[in-house]
Design a protein. Sequence first.
Length: 122
Amino acid sequence: MYLKRTFYLKNMISKSCIKLIEVYFGTLDFVEILDVKLGYVVVKYDKNKITIVEISNYFERIGFSEIVNPDIILVEQIKLAAIELIYLANNTNSLLKNKRENLEQYLLFSENMEEYLKIDGK
């Protein structure tokens, strides 16, 4: 029996991450990538032949950890939106004049937010 599931992944921040997942999972039996975007992957899998834990372990092997906490998923989505805004902004008069510095500050905020959520018990 085939099921569909979305995996939210941490630190999936570039198009090369998408390509890596497509190529790696293309070699696996019983798992099919239905959709892959920065931050998440939708897979179809045969539950009689592979488990969710095994699929998650495959992501771990190639450097991506699954996120299950909704608050952390939101933080990761905000981080990805900021990265896209910074790196895809072609306007030289953009408000993001010091792109690298802004990205570093944002990523530090993101990490601090994750720590806050852990401390807050979420």
